[in-house]
Design a protein around this ligand. Structure first.
Ligand code: NCD
Length: 308
C-alpha cells in the first residue's frame, strides 16, 4: 500500500488495507497503554499543533498521542491572536518556517482549503484538524473506528445524521468513509437551511448510496443502527438571529432514545450544547465519550504510521 504523506481528506482513505492497518494498530496501542507497555517509536520527533480555531479533544488527543509514543511537541492555541498571523504573516510563510522545527504539523483553520494549501508548500506532513466548513478527516477516522468497535461491523448499517449538516465538517468527512462499505443507508435530518451541501449528496449519488433527506427525526430513530448527532455550528452564522432560529430544533433525550433499537449507538464528535440531554449519558448506547477516547488511540496509530 502506498504511504500517505499528508492527511487532508477522507477521500485519501479508500484503501481498505490502510483502514484495517490503522484500526488494528489503534487497538494494539490501547492494549499496550493499558499494560503500560507502550513503545516509543517517535522518540526525537516533534509534532507542531497550530490551531486557529478553538479545540479541546482534537488538540489534546494529538498532544497526548505524540507524547505517549515518545515524541515531543510545539503547540499554539488561539493562533490567530497569538502567532505572527496577528502581525499579518501568511499561513504559507508560517508553515514554511514551522516545517524547520517540526516533523509534522497538525493544523486547524477557519478557512476551507487551508490544509490543502499548506500541504502544497510544506516540507513536512500536514494533518488537517479541521478546515472551516470543509473536512475533519481524523475525526471521521475515529468515528468509523468507533462504529466498527461498537457494532462489530461497518457494513449493512442504517445511519441517521442529525443537525447542522451544512457546516458540520465531521459529517462531510465521515460520509465518504461510510460509503466504502456495502449496504449503507443514510438518513440526513436537518432544517432546510442546514442541509448537506450538494457536493456531498452528489458523492452519495455517484457511489449509489441510498439516502433520504428530511427535517423531522420522527420515523428515523427506530430504524437507525447509528444516530450521529451534531452541534449547530454557531460560529458559522452571520447573525445571532439566524443561529437562534435553528439552534434547538433537535434534542435527544431519554424519551427519544427510548425509540431507538436496543443495539443502536448514539454518536457525537462533541462539544455538545443542547442536542443531547445529559440524562442520556448513562444509557449504554451513548457512545460519545467512548468515541472521544478512541480518538487518542486512532491518532496514535496515525502518527506512528506517518512518522515512525
Ligand atoms: C468538531 C469540530 O471541530 O468540527 N469537534 C471536534 O473536533 N471533536 C465538532 C464541532 O465543533 O461541533
Amino acid at each position: 500500500m502506498e504511504k500517505l504523506r499528508h492527511v487532508l481528506s477522507t477521500k485519501q482513505f479508500e484503501d481498505p488495507e490502510l483502514l484495517e492497518y490503522l484500526f488494528a494498530s489503534a487497538t494494539q496501542l490501547e492494549r499496550d497503554d493499558a499494560a503500560r507497555m507502550l513503545p516509543d517509536p517517535l522518540r526525537g520527533r516533534i509534532l507542531a499543533a497550530i490551531f486557529y480555531e478553538p479545540s479541546t479533544r482534537t488538540r489534546f488527543s494529538f498532544e497526548s498521542a505524540m507524547q505517549k509514543l515518545g515524541g515531543g511537541l510545539i503547540t499554539q492555541e488561539n493562533a490567530s491572536d497569538n502567532s505572527s498571523a496577528a502581525k499579518g504573516e501568511t499561513i504559507a510563510d508560517s508553515i514554511r518556517v514551522i516545517g524547520n522545527y517540526a516533523d509534522a504539523i497538525v493544523l486547524r483553520h477557519p478557512v476551507e482549503g487551508t490544509a490543502q494549501e499548506a500541504a502544497a508548500i510544506s516540507s513536512v506532513p500536514i494533518i488537517n484538524a479541521g478546515d472551516g466548513v470543509g473536512e475533519h478527516p481524523t475525526q471521521a477516522l475515529l468515528d468509523l473506528y468507533t462504529i466498527q468497535r461498537e457494532l462489530g461491523r461497518r457494513d449493512n448499517l442504517r445511519v441517521a445524521m442529525i443537525g447542522d449538516l451544512r457546516h458540520g465538517r465531521t459529517i462531510h468527512s465521515l460520509l465518504p468513509l461510510l460509503c466504502l462499505a456495502p449496504g449503507i443507508t443514510v438518513d440526513l435530518i436537518s432544517p432546510a437551511s442546514l442541509r448537506l451541501p450538494e457536493k456531498y449528496t452528489d458523492h452519495l449519488r455517484d457511489h449509489r448510496i441510498a439516502f433520504t433527506e428530511r427535517e423531522q427525526i420522527e420515523g428515523v430513530l427506530e430504524a437507525a443502527d447509528v444516530v450521529y448527532v451534531t452541534r449547530v455550528q454557531r460560529e458559522r452564522f452571520a447573525t445571532a438571529e439566524e443561529y437562534d432560529a435553528v439552534k434547538d430544533i433537535y434534542r435527544i433525550d431519554r424519551r427519544t432514545a427510548a425509540r431507538m433499537k436496543e443495539y443502536a449507538i448514539i454518536m457525537h464528535a462533541l462539544p455538545r450544547v443542547n442536542e443531547i440531554s445529559p440524562e442520556v449519558d448513562s444509557d449504554a448506547r451513548a457512545a460519545y465519550f467512548r468515541q472521544a477516547k478512541n480518538g487518542l488511540y486512532l491518532r496514535m496509530a496515525l502518527l506512528k504510521y506517518l512518522l515512525a
